[in-house]
Design a protein around this ligand. Structure first.
Ligand code: FAD
Length: 441
């Protein structure tokens, strides 16, 4: 019988077990539902990227059915229209997605249609790994060991000879311009594989160079993973025969992605609430002028500003710099992590609730295996260490391009170039952060 393949965060044909399950039923209606509850908060970069990725999927299936509205109604309508008995999806473990799927499952059930979950966006699905005590992991190292021991299925191949059902009605894909001044990466399954193949040639150096924003040698796969244009299992299979330290380091990063999804799945409230409740009792400042300067990339701390401007120009920021700007917001400006996380989710093209919120909690000292709170990043020495020639700062803060020491411009340099004075005294704010932390210890 016909079935529906309902795409969500798995905008690909290759290595897509849910799609293979649908194709095994018979002809397949490829469906995407533009859900206002997700579309509105997605932010302009992700909306634009998603549209481009859907356009690519539409071409690959020769006509995607696109419906707008509440999936509870739209998925049932689509399934009924083609006489499907089953709707196939990859399981969604996010707080919103899990709730939505349960509601869709009930509505489908009333129509005698089943929702079938096959696979997930992760190598090891959230909830699969448990500590000896039967609880979710809160520390990465033992999680990582269990993750590697557990292993993952071999990639599911490409679907062969799918009989795609054409939509009898479909909304037009919205035309979304990228945000002013922002250049987004190419979207779609083909682009994801091309980037991955290109990265595989240099993964051996990943270990040494991944912390260097100036070298820009990370994979940039986060956006493709975010939308499921490639499955991490496909990537892990390509890494399996490689023995380099770079390949091992990269596998570990993919484990972090699974780990944070697992943490959010076990503690869905931590999308907003502190994972370590004591931190809710810390004194914080309301976001004010310094927070605005942080958002605008005008704090007067070059590497912080470079990162915040890279975010606005590309929808992406290097991981090391994400850590530095997050620490700066929480520990130098004493602003709660949720404000920074919201700004990130608005602009990041790879913005992902699990990775974003849990990394922010990590930086704020309140998360799973959090950075110890007392270890406060010094933005100037972080800049010097990871951007030794100042190339990264010069690229994103062009006022400082000609300055002798772009990580610590003199008052004269600042004056001449129109670059702001530091919004805070780092040493003083570090002491203040530690004093506030002492209060909740
Ligand atoms: P690579 O270094 O090439 O890493 C390969 C892949 O491993 C990434 O694509 C990603 O899927 C995964 N990965 C690497 N580091 C992490 C990590 N710390 N946590 C989880 N997964 C990781 N990543 C997101 O995908 N979405 C987010 O919204 C997000 N928000 C973040 C917020 C903060 C404050 C911090 C410190 C980190 C955040 N990260 C987020 C994690 C990380 O910064 C990005 O995944 C990475 O920079 C993406 O670039 P890349 O693909 O070139 O990374």
């Amino acid at each position: 019988p016909p079935s529906v393949a309902w795409f969500r965060r798995d905008l690909r044909l290759s290595d897509n077990p849910a799609l293979l399950a649908a194709a095994a039923d018979g002809p397949v209606l490829p469906l995407f539902v533009l859900d206002p509850a997700l579309w509105r908060p997605a932010g302009p970069a992700r909306r634009c990227y998603l549209t481009a990725s859907l356009r690519s999927l539409d071409a690959a299936v020769g006509g995607l059915t696109l419906l707008e509205g509440d999936p509870v109604r739209r998925v049932v309508e689509a399934a009924r229209a083609v006489g499907a008995e089953r709707v196939h999806v990859a399981a969604d473990f996010g707080p919103h997605g899990a709730r939505r799927d349960a509601a869709v499952e009930r509505a489908l059930g009333e129509a005698g249609i089943a929702l079938v979950r096959t696979g997930s966006p992760y190598a090891v699905a959230p909830g699969r790994l448990r500590t000896g005590g039967g609880t979710a992991y809160q520390v990465f190292t033992p999680y990582h060991r269990a993750w590697a021991d557990h292993g993952w299925r071999a990639p599911a191949g490409d679907p062969a000879d799918v009989e795609w059902l054409r939509p009898d009605r479909s909304a037009a894909l919205p035309d979304v311009e990228p945000p002013a001044g922002m250049t987004l990466p190419e979207a779609g399954e083909e682009a994801a594989h091309a980037r991955w193949q290109e990265f595989l040639d240099r993964v051996a150096d990943y270990d040494d160079e991944r912390d260097r924003p100036d070298l820009d040698t990370t994979s940039r796969m986060s956006v493709h993973l975010k939308w499921g244009e490639i499955h991490p299992r496909t990537m892990l299979a390509d890494l399996a025969p490689l023995r380099s330290a770079g390949a091992a380091a990269y596998r570990r990063e993919l484990a972090w992605r699974d780990f944070f999804a697992d943490v959010l799945h076990a503690r869905p409230e931590t999308a907003r609430a502190y994972l370590r409740p004591a931190f809710a009792g810390m004194r914080y400042d309301e976001p004010g002028a310094a927070y605005d300067a942080w958002r605008a990339g005008r704090t007067g701390f070059p590497v912080v500003d470079a990162g915040m401007r890279q975010l606005r120009a590309t929808g992406w920021m290097h991981n090391r710099v994400r850590m530095v700007v997050a620490s700066f917001l929480v520990k130098d400006l004493h602003v709660e992590w949720q404000h920074g996380a919201r700004h990130f989710l608005h602009w990041l093209v790879d913005g992902d609730l699990a990775s974003n919120q849990q990394n922010w909690q990590w930086a704020a000292g309140s998360g799973a295996e959090a950075a110890p709170y007392f270890r406060v990043f010094n933005p100037t020495s972080q800049g010097r260490k990871f951007d030794p020639d100042g190339t990264y700062v010069r690229r994103w803060v062009p006022e400082l391009a000609e300055v002798t020491d772009p990580h610590d411009p003199s008052p004269d340099d600042r004056e001449r170039s129109g670059y702001p004075a530091p919004v805070v005294d780092h040493a003083a704010e570090r002491r203040e952060a530690l004093a506030r932390w002492e209060e909740i210890r």
